[in-house]
Design a protein around this ligand. Structure first.
Ligand SMILES: *[C@@H]1O[C@H](CO)[C@@H](O)[C@H](O)[C@H]1NC(C)=O
Ligand SMILES: *[C@@H]1O[C@H](CO)[C@@H](O)[C@H](O)[C@H]1NC(C)=O
Ligand SMILES: *[C@@H]1O[C@H](CO)[C@@H](O)[C@H](O)[C@H]1NC(C)=O
Length: 361
């Protein structure tokens, strides 16, 4: 009963927030986005030889002219919807695109950058062979942006601007996938502890640069991806992987409390995408979804044995699907996640939501 109540009220929130997307003005000076494919808006397209790309059809099928943009989605992703909810017209461009433009980082007008790279993890070794930008490298790239801001604005104004800006991070899933795919024998608790040490170092480095507001996107129930369900005879979620992802979330929750008690000016908001997506999978109709198990674009069992490309099967009613491909959400699901992070209740985002984080002075 409680599930149903919460999801209905969430649905109301979704409708209201979708409406307000059109109305707001930017509430923060800039947004900086770090992490993986959930928030990558085309980074890997700019990496020669990267094999973790989505810059070909049917990706982007729901954009004007069905244009693939490098997003792992039929359309927009959560980074785009979060930026819109914060009052921006569109989400910041990939850093690797910005640096490719003459002097673009030196312009006075600046609304942030997106460093996220599909396949990236907390560990430098995660998907290294696929040529992705690890978190370590993403933060080095932020350092370049920082230096350019200081050159344009001076260090006091940069400090002030960054303290009001939002820093979104979505990372961890790929490290867990790699743990399973390489049959890592390290005990899960130790591996998670190792990942948390990395996470802590990244947050503290950003804080030392002047970041104060962190919007942390947790790891979803990755065992429910169509590509993982394929390994379960019933098509159900892989419970072992979900338990791992849940343990990661609790460790991250503990870590964020600890870091915020150590860093006096830090504010954060942690999204429990695990809880949210499980709720969606259990009550699809409350979110106007019909299919929460198969991939919209792909081939084979659950349409998830082969990555999405132009020769794949493509579903027609994309608004009714939770999953776009083997393991990425549709535009509809990405919007649902972003709206919940922005305006959702403590069950899904703590200790404050992204809206409160943005408004907090
Ligand atoms: C991991 O274990 C599975 C099942 O035992 C096996 O099929 C696979 O080849 C192993 N993978 C690696 C990278 O060792
Ligand atoms: C497969 O899915 C079922 C639910 O359909 C679940 O009970 C079972 O634990 C899953 N198996 C694995 C190996 O996770
Ligand atoms: C699409 O994917 C299939 C299966 O991975 C592959 O055989 C085929 O070459 C790909 N087609 C294109 C146009 O990339």
């Amino acid at each position: 009963m409680e599930n149903i109540y919460v999801s209905s009220s969430l649905f109301v929130i979704l409708c209201i927030a979708t409406f307000t997307i059109q109305l707001a003005n930017a509430t923060v000076p800039a947004i900086y986005i770090f992490g993986d494919s959930i928030v990558d808006v085309g980074t890997n397209t700019y990496i020669p030889g990267s094999t973790a790309r989505a810059n070909f059809p049917f990706n982007g099928v729901d954009f004007a002219h069905s244009r693939p943009t490098g997003r792992f989605s039929n359309g927009l992703n959560s980074a785009d919807f979060l930026a819109k909810l914060m009052g921006f017209k569109r989400s910041p461009q990939p850093y690797l695109f910005l640096v490719s433009l003459q002097s673009s980082l030196k312009r006075r007008k600046h609304r942030g950058a997106n460093f996220a790279s599909g396949g990236a993890g907390l560990l430098d070794t995660t998907n290294e062979a696929r040529k992705v930008v690890s978190l370590t490298k993403q933060i080095q790239q932020f350092f370049t942006v920082y230096n350019n801001r200081v050159a344009v604005l001076g260090s006091d104004a940069t400090k002030k601007m960054l303290s009001k800006s939002l820093f979104f991070v979505s990372v961890g899933s790929n490290d867990i996938f790699v743990y399973f795919s390489t049959n890592n024998t390290m005990p899960p608790v130790l591996y998670i502890t190792h990942l948390m040490h990395q996470y802590e170092a990244y947050i503290k480095t950003l804080y030392n640069f002047g970041a104060r507001k962190f919007g942390i996107i947790g790891v979803p129930p990755i065992g429910c991806c169509p590509a993982r369900r394929v390994y379960n005879a019933t098509g159900g979620c892989l419970e072992g992987m979900n338990n791992f992802a849940r343990a990661f979330h609790f460790a991250l929750d503990t870590l964020m409390r600890k870091i915020s008690s150590e860093l006096p000016e830090m504010k954060y908001s942690l999204g429990n995408t695990h809880e949210l997506i499980i709720n969606v999978i259990q009550n699809p109709s409350h979110f106007n979804l019909k299919d929460v198990e198969t991939a919209c674009c792909g081939a084979g069992r659950l349409n998830a044995e082969i990555p999405c490309n132009v020769t794949s099967n493509l579903c027609v009613n994309r608004k009714e699907y939770l999953f776009w491909d083997m393991c990425h959400p549709t535009q509809t699901a990405s919007q649902l996640v972003a709206v919940t992070l922005y305006d959702g209740p403590p069950r899904f985002v703590t200790p404050i939501n992204f809206h409160q984080l943005a408004d907090d002075n």
